[in-house]
Design a protein around this ligand. Structure first.
Ligand SMILES: Cc1cc2nc3c(=O)[nH]c(=O)nc-3n(C[C@H](O)[C@H](O)[C@H](O)COP(=O)(O)OP(=O)(O)OC[C@H]3O[C@@H](n4cnc5c(N)ncnc54)[C@H](O)[C@@H]3O)c2cc1C
Length: 197
């Protein structure tokens, strides 16, 4: 069979998920194009090397803002990933959702009526594979593995069910999306056909 049914430009977070979902059907041919190199570098696998990859011309586009008038005309680094899995290959691995109130407020806009928290919550849960398993707010068998941080910087604390509650203020940086780890690199997490978001 010649040609493709879908061509996706950019194998970043969104592109990989889209390609994964579309290719569920073996009859559908998907071409996923990525401008950057493969993500098999040790620097990408090593969470502590995030500062190196974000400044690397190999894995980052090196974008800068226009001179910022109110910042003494400085240009600010606007890092974007340039590799398989895009920015999620070079990001901080922090897992945090928006506050339920924000989603509900957006949904008041007639064009965003399908964005209330109750509507997006099942998608968050479907994507998540939390180390504590599923509950009312967490998912337990999705492709994105999430664990509590235990690095000494953010010491792991005992399980608190309120941590993923929609009413909690979004200031908890204590959960890690482990897709930069050796055990669950993002491209493999996103292409895991056993559990799709
Ligand atoms: C430094 C940094 C830290 C971050 N930390 C976190 C965090 O801790 N937690 C969190 O949840 N989010 C974090 N983010 C945000 C998160 O990583 C991004 O929001 C998310 O990856 C964006 O996904 P995307 O698919 O829109 O774009 P990307 O993942 O950036 O994917 C775009 C892809 O398209 C490719 N591309 C671009 N142009 C072309 C072209 N012409 N042809 C082919 N390919 C092309 C790029 O190379 C790239 O691979 C961080 C982002 C950065 C940059």
């Amino acid at each position: 069979m010649d040609g493709y049914d879908y061509i996706i430009v950019g194998a970043g977070s969104a592109g990989c998920v889209l390609a994964n979902r579309l290719s569920t059907d073996p009859a559908i041919r998907v071409l996923l194009l990525e401008a950057g190199p493969a993500d098999n570098s040790l620097l990408i696998r090593m969470p502590g090397a995030v500062g190196l990859v974000t400044h690397s011309s190999r894995f980052s586009w090196g974008y800068e803002t226009e001179p910022q008038e109110h910042m003494n005309n400085r240009r600010i680094l606007a890092t974007r990933g340039r590799t398989l899995d895009g920015s999620s290959s070079i990001n901080g691995m922090v897992y945090i959702r928006g506050h339920a109130y924000d989603y509900d407020r957006w949904a008041e806009d007639p064009g965003l009526f399908h964005w209330p928290y109750a509507h997006v919550l099942p998608y968050f849960k479907r994507a998540q594979n939390h180390e504590y398993g599923a509950d009312d707010y967490r998912g337990g068998d999705g492709p994105l593995r999430v664990s509590r941080v235990d690095t000494g910087l953010w010491p792991a604390r005992p399980r608190n069910p309120r941590r993923s509650s929609p009413c909690r203020r979004p200031r908890n940086l204590g959960s890690r999306a482990a897709y930069r780890s050796r055990s669950t690199p993002p491209s493999r997490a996103k292409s895991d056909r056993r559990s799709r978001p």
